[in-house]
Structures are given as structure tokens and as C-alpha cells.
Design a protein around this ligand. Structure first.
Ligand code: ASP
Length: 438
């Protein structure tokens, strides 16, 4: 078997008990050579994540509110981990450096990144692996954008010097100034993927607290089936609709190098989890891989006689959205009508301006706004091979009396997206799941 990169999330590194589990997992396979870690997360309901505490320390400091006690709570969490596992590491010296930086007004990105830094520092000592800092390896440009190729080269060169290493997730540094920069929340998943690409891993194992993805939300479907295998493309469609255990951007580096991602459960390591691969037929003979949905969309319907003959009409609509910095999700069209489907949060405080601009600049015959719309995505590469799949979806929801407001099939035929009224949300998901669970 080839080399594996393992990323352990916050709950997997929350305390000494969890770390003992990850040691067992890592030691069970000598190919698990590169380990990427998050900062300690919640140990129980109501507990705080180290990352949140560090954000708070900085906010309190900036507002001249005493923050020493809060920072001490962070120190205590790391000390408890060190002592519970007898880890030999000079934690006090590291904590002193960080405390001093905080007192002297370090940046938010720096202080928050120390959660992952200390986590990796201790875990490296615990596993007997090298500690490799991502400062100077995960690189950002002046505008804070990740420099994927430069990062790949830098990680590749550094990791070639380490046979076994623990690497902190979530941060890197500005390529010019060397200042610490954070990825977005949950970004350790991205670091894991970057490392997997750089070392040309055979598998990127992403260890978390669930045994992979489920075919539907368990709050809606009782005991939905697990997804054993799924393609990157299908996963993108599902996670776009909110059904993800993985950071949105984590797929890209692994996908660029065609490295499968395996979502695994640290607490139930014998579960095979979900494997995400480039193989569009990953789901075998299944028609549907999963169903996901999102609430709170607004639809703006625009009617205009002879719209189909008016060159540049859609461009005008899109320009108005662009001027208002609004991202739209779908744009179904008829002959003389067009609708834009937008997440309601995007329109906050802007709806009136947008409608006014549509009225003035499009010379439309009518404009209607409908809110309380939900989107449900039925995803499955198997639909490409099975004519009649959409008909089955539509008749399943028609049987439940659901009023379909919009339907959109992706060009690749791997998803059918339905726009429905929000009160029908659960009913729609249940009807489709039932239809394909035969
Ligand atoms: N610790 C960071 C967060 O809570 C990053 C991560 O865990 O991936 O968002």
C-alpha cells in the first residue's frame, strides 16, 4: 500500500483520551506518515473550541477587557493534554512566547493559529514524529489568496526531508512578509489536502467524529444509508447544498492529483467511512448518491413580452446583480420570463434596490418576489445511465402534493435541483429518499 496523509479534526484531538485513539490509528499502518491536525475542539456539549477561545482573547484584548484568564484556560487545556500523556515537550516556553506576543498586540491570525501550532507541536512529540510548521510552506498572496502551486512546491521540498511528520492545519503565511495568515474556518481539511497532493499520497484520510457521509440528513430521514463511494463532482453538488463533513475547498488539491479522500471516524476506526474519488462511476449501480437541501432562498420573477428576442436582456439582469455584489444560484428561463434564485441572506438590505433597478432598467411588464423557497438537490452520477430517473423524482414528489416551483438538471446529468416552498422541504426529501430506497 502507498503512503497516506491523515488529518485529524478538532474532536479527534480534543484531549488525551482522543489522542491515545489517534496514536493507535497512526501506528496501525506505517504508511500513515504525514499527520495534519486541528486545534483541540469540544470535549463535550457546551465545551469551547480552542480556536473560539483564541478569537475571543484577541477581541477582549482589542477592547481593553481583561483576557488573561481566558488565555490561561487555553494554556490549561494544552497542559492537561501534555501531562495526561506524559509528553516530553517544552510547552511552557512555547506558551510564554505566545503570551508575550498577545500582550504586545500580535495579529488575530497569529494568535488564533497558535491553537493548531501547539496541537501539532504536542502531537508530534507524542507520536515521535517531526514537527513541521506551515509558516513559509502554505503561502498566501498580498490579497490573502492561497497560492496553490507555490504551496505545493514548498511543501513538497520540505516534506521530502521528513519521513514522518505532524503538520498544523488552518494557517500558513504571506509569501512576501512572512506574516501568519489563516485559511477560513475548518481550513485544516484544506491543509490536509494540500499535504496529500505535495507528497503524492495514495489516500487522504480525513478523520472526524462521523463515519462518513450519509445519503440524507438524519434529522429528516430515519437512519439514512451511508455513502460508501462518491465522486468529487457529486460531493461538490451535495456540499454546495450544505451536506458536508469536509471544508468546501478541501476537494480541489486532492482532486488535482487524483488522490481519493476517505472520511473516517476516530471513535469507530473499523468503519470504512466514505471514499471520494475521481471515478464518476464510484457509486456502482446506485442511481442516487445522496439528497441535500437548503432553505431560505428568494426568487425574483421577471416577465416581459418578447423577452426572447431582446439581445442583452440577461446581461442587464446580471449586471444589476453584480453592481449590488449579489451572487445568484440559478436562473431558469421561459420564453417571456426569467427567474433569478438567490439565497435570501445575499439580498439582506438590498432587495428593494435590486427590484427598483430591475423595474427602471429592464422595462419589464411585471416583477414578482417570492421568498420562503427551498432548494433540494438530488445527486447521483447513476442518473446518467438510467433514463427516467428525473421522472421518478418528479412523480415521487407529485404523489405528496408538493408544488414544484423550479427544476434544473445539471449539464453533466449528475444532479436534479428542485425549487419548492419551504413548508414542503422535509416532505420532498422523504418522498425522494423513499422512491430510491426500494
Ligand atoms: N480550528 C479551526 C476551526 O475551528 C480550523 C479547523 O479545525 O480546521 O475552524
Amino acid at each position: 500500500m502507498g503512503l497516506k496523509v491523515c488529518k485529524f479534526g478538532g474532536s479527534s484531538v480534543a484531549d488525551g483520551i482522543q489522542l491515545a485513539k489517534i496514536k493507535e490509528i497512526v501506528n496501525a499502518d506505517p504508511e500513515r506518515r504525514y499527520v495534519v491536525v486541528s486545534a483541540p475542539g469540544k470535549r463535550f456539549q457546551g465545551d469551547s473550541k480552542i480556536t473560539d477561545l483564541l478569537f475571543l482573547c484577541k477581541t477582549q484584548k482589542d477592547h481593553n477587557i481583561p483576557y488573561e484568564q481566558l488565555f490561561q484556560a487555553v494554556c490549561d487545556r494544552f497542559s492537561a493534554i501534555k501531562y495526561s500523556l506524559n509528553i516530553e515537550a517544552d510547552l511552557d516556553a512555547e506558551l510564554e512566547t505566545i503570551r508575550k506576543a498577545l500582550d504586545e498586540g500580535c495579529s488575530e491570525d497569529y494568535i488564533v493559529s497558535r491553537g493548531e501550532y501547539l496541537s501539532a507541536y504536542l502531537i508530534a512529540a507524542y507520536l515521535g514524529f517531526d514537527f513541521v510548521d506551515t509558516k513559509g510552506l502554505v503561502l498566501f498572496d498580498k490579497r490573502g489568496r492561497l497560492m496553490a502551486e507555490e504551496t505545493n512546491e514548498a511543501l513538497k521540498a520540505e516534506l521530502a526531508k521528513h519521513e514522518y511528520a505532524v503538520i498544523p492545519g488552518f494557517f500558513g503565511s504571506d509569501a512576501e512578509t512572512g506574516e501568519i495568515k489563516l485559511l477560513s474556518r475548518g481550513g485544516s481539511d484544506v491543509t490536509g489536502s494540500l499535504v496529500a497532493r505535495a507528497v503524492d499520497a495514495e489516500m487522504y484520510e480525513n478523520w472526524t467524529d462521523v463515519s462518513g457521509l450519509l445519503m440524507a440528513d438524519p434529522r429528516i430521514i430515519d437512519k439514512p444509508k451511508p455513502i460508501e463511494r462518491i465522486s468529487y463532482m457529486e460531493l461538490r453538488e451535495l456540499s454546495y447544498m450544505g451536506a458536508s463533513v469536509l471544508h468546501e475547498d478541501a476537494v480541489f488539491p486532492a482532486r488535482a492529483a487524483d488522490i481519493p479522500i476517505n472520511i473516517r471516524n476516530t471513535n469507530v476506526p473499523e468503519d470504512p467511512g466514505t471514499v471520494i474519488t475521481g471515478d464518476m462511476d464510484a457509486c456502482g449501480d446506485k442511481i442516487i448518491s445522496g439528497i441535500a437541501g437548503k432553505k431560505d432562498f428568494t426568487v425574483i420573477d421577471i416577465y416581459k413580452n418578447m423577452m426572447n428576442k431582446e439581445v442583452g436582456f440577461v446581461r442587464k439582469v446580471l449586471m444589476i446583480l453584480e453592481e449590488n455584489h449579489i451572487n445568484f444560484d440559478h436562473m431558469p428561463t421561459g420564453i417571456d420570463s426569467l427567474s433569478v434564485v438567490i439565497e435570501s441572506s445575499e439580498l439582506k438590505g438590498k432587495l428593494e434596490d435590486v427590484v427598483e433597478a430591475f423595474e427602471q432598467r429592464l422595462a419589464a411588464d411585471a416583477i414578482e418576489v417570492h421568498d420562503n423557497i427551498s432548494m433540494v438537490a438530488v445527486v447521483g452520477a447513476g442518473m446518467r445511465r438510467n433514463p427516467g430517473s428525473s421522472a421518478r423524482i418528479l412523480s415521487a414528489i407529485a404523489g405528496e402534493g408538493v408544488n414544484l416551483r423550479m427544476v434544473n438538471q445539471s449539464t453533466y446529468e449528475i444532479s436534479v435541483i428542485l425549487g419548492i416552498e419551504t413548508p414542503d422541504f422535509e416532505k420532498t426529501i422523504k418522498a425522494i429518499y423513499r422512491e430510491f430506497d426500494k
